[in-house]
Design a protein around this ligand. Structure first.
Ligand code: 5GP
Length: 262
């Protein structure tokens, strides 16, 4: 398969056309951002850790009957995917209270939610991804009521599968974000599921194993991503990098409060 023209470039991934009709290539770059792009860094190997974990999750989900855009890995950073018409929704499933729902509602951090809570945001950086409700989604013609029902059912199924898979590795799936797309009338899971888009806590220590390490300067991000990727996919850890990565710049308190966690 030949990589062709760039179709789209996001904050951490680029999407390319290919010479195969209906197939695109997603490249996971080493860029990492937070607070609506208010903070940016490039961290060596980050792309491959996220690509590896995403591919692993997509394969598990497919085996469990969830339709995803994943076709195959081409190399450490590049994934061949089914071309979808993406729906601009960020579908978040939460099992424990953390992040924006603790900031915006009277939940205590780490409070278990009786049943998973689905929150859907409008994917629009210029508006800081505002939260939607079902009526707004239908009024904006982002999805039909039937599609919305289907998306929520798939999201809950994915949550059940991934929560069980991660629990076996001693990891709690606190919350995660998904994006969906259509091909004809079929809804597929698109985008990625990786440490950038999930909150993962070590069951024993409560340690963050995800992008919160970067967002809130909780430690060495790449050492965490390497460790957690190895733990999830059960591959041996890379050799420890000799040079310690420079600590990324701190975002101002105001920026941290204003934007939520992209
Ligand atoms: P929160 O609403 O608490 O900021 O985020 C909830 C979950 O969804 C977290 O796991 C977070 O990483 C993920 N999430 C929310 N918005 C985005 C986004 O714009 N990009 C990515 N990659 N993940 C997001």
């Amino acid at each position: 398969m030949k990589q062709k023209k760039l179709l789209y470039t996001g904050k951490a991934k680029s999407v390319y056309h290919t010479d195969v009709k209906g197939t695109l290539i997603v490249e996971f770059r080493d860029d990492i951002t937070a607070f609506d792009g208010g903070r940016k860094d490039t961290l060596k190997n980050k792309g491959s850790y996220n690509a590896g974990v995403s591919a692993f999750f997509f394969s598990c989900l497919e085996k469990n009957g969830v339709k995803t855009h994943f076709l195959e890995m081409l190399d450490g950073n590049r994934m061949a995917v089914r071309e979808l018409s993406m729906i601009p929704l960020e579908v978040i499933v939460r099992n424990l209270a953390a992040g924006s729902i603790v900031r915006n509602y009277p939940f205590r951090e780490g409070m278990p939610l009786k049943s998973p809570v689905i929150v859907i945001d409008y994917k629009d950086d210029s508006r800081h991804d505002p939260m939607l409700n079902d009526d707004l989604i239908v009024a904006l013609k982002l999805a039909t009521p039937a599609e919305l029902m289907k998306i929520k059912a798939i999201a809950l199924k994915i949550n059940t599968i991934l929560s069980a898979l991660l629990a076996k590795q001693g990891i709690t799936l606190v919350d995660f974000k998904m994006e969906f797309g259509r091909q004809g009338k079929t809804i597929y899971l698109g985008d990625e599921i990786s440490m950038d888009s999930m909150r993962l806590w070590d069951k024993k220590t409560g340690e963050s194993l995800d992008k919160d390490v970067y967002r809130f300067n909780k430690g060495d991000v790449m050492a965490t991503y390497n460790r957690v990727a190895a733990r999830i996919t059960k591959r041996p850890k890379d050799a420890t990098p000799k040079k310690k990565a420079a600590a990324p710049k701190k975002a101002s308190k105001r920026t941290r409060q204003k934007f939520h966690n992209t």
